[in-house]
Each structure stands twice: as C-alpha cells, then as structure tokens.
Design a protein around this ligand. Sequence first.
Ligand code: BTN
Length: 256
Amino acid sequence: MLASPNYKSILGQTKIHLSSVDSTNNYAANMLKEGLIKHGTVILADEQTNGRGQRGSVWQSEPGMNLQMSLILTFKNLNIVDQRFINSFISVATVKFLERFGVKAKIKWPNDILVDDKKIAGILIENQLNKQQISSTIIGIGLNVNQVNFGDLLATSLKNERGSFVSIAEALDSLLLQLNVYFDKFQKNRYSELEKLYFDYLWGFQKVRRFKDKNGIFNGTITGISESGLLIIQTNEGEKEYDIKEVNFLLEEQKD
Ligand code: BTN
C-alpha cells in the first residue's frame, strides 16, 4: 500500500528562526531576490522592528509572545487570476487551525481572522509576478498566541480565548499542518472546494450587513468575490465591486 502523503513534509520543512528582524516578509523577499530560498521555507521571528500590515499599516506584537512568520511558495505555472485562491487556502487553513484549539473564528474579507469581531490573526500576501504568472508569493502571518493586553486595539489571542498558555512551537506545528492540508487542495486545483470553505467562514456572506463607502453608510449583502479578487456586494442600487481600500465593514452589533 502506498503511504499517504506526508503533508508536513512540504511546507515548513525548512525553518529559519530569527530572534529579531525588521519584517519576516522583507527578509523573505531579500532571500528570494538572491535565489537563496526554496519553496515551502518558513521564516519566523521572535521580534519584528518594522512589522508590516495591509494597506501600509504597522503590525504590532509583543516580542516573544506571538507567532510572526512568512511562508514562501514558488510556482511554475500559476496564472494571476488564481491569486484569490492563495488567499482562500491560507485563510481557511488559519480558521481550521483555530478550530482545533476550540476557537471559532470568521474571515473578514480579504483575510483578517476575527473572533467575536476581535482580530486574532492578520495575513499579508505579497506576490512576485512574471508577466501574467505568479512566480512566487510571500505569505506573512501574524497570529496572536500568548499576548494578553492589546491596549486600544480590538484584538485577542489564543490565550485570551482559551484561558491557557499555548507554546509558539505548538501553534506553529499545528498551523503548518493545516497549511499543508489546504495547500494540497490548492495544488490540485480544488478551487471550488476552497472557495466554498472560504465563504462558509466569511463574515457577512449572504447576510444583510452595514458597510461604508465613499458615498456613506449603506446596507448590502456580500455575494461573492470577482475574478480579479474584488468583493461583490449586492446593494439597493445593484451589484457593486470593491477593492480593499474602498469599503469599510461596520462590525459593531452585527454578529454572525
Ligand atoms: C494585517 O492584518 O494587516 C496583516 C498583518 C501581517 C503581519 C505579519 S507578521 C509576519 C509578517 N511580517 C510582516 O511584516 N508582516 C507579516
């Protein structure tokens, strides 16, 4: 009998553990440029001095308390239109990982991971393109593990949700397991399965919710993601497509 695939052996087989770095995504990008990195490598850091978030924001994390990592994937023939499925598999894997720890999470489009509207993980995906193909991608994941206080930020951690300490090594191993499971589906082009799972966990999917765009607050229903990765919202004025900077979600009092 053939052995079942050892998912763990692909992503995260090589790990580079840094005590301090500006940003694990920057470190990964430099190594990629120099041709020094292989598919599936994970860079992790105890501390980032310039952790980056989406839309030019800063990613803050107490040193040594949380998981801060970048995963590098390289591709031979991946069309740019399929980039949204990279997002699907990463987001779903992160939610599934949290489920294993008894924590129910939602995905706020495109890839904020929330527990009761509080952010537990953030994802920053940076693709390197070659014409219409994605040659590689750097997936930065910041996961709040043992940090307890977040000041004014609407954020939480595994420890806050479970009430007990989780070692970062254990969190990393479990997350890598799920990343390998869902990367396997991605690699096998099981895109509709990934998209269905993504929608199962997507905040506000097929529900009337309140949003804000440049014209003000409105009610709408998220009905899908366009081919180019835009969020589709059905409104009173018909279907609209939004880029990440163009719409805000009014989360308060709108629990899923
Ligand atoms: C976001 O929610 O805006 C995305 C946050 C992504 C943070 C991670 S931490 C590891 C990696 N390195 C970075 O500089 N950012 C990502």
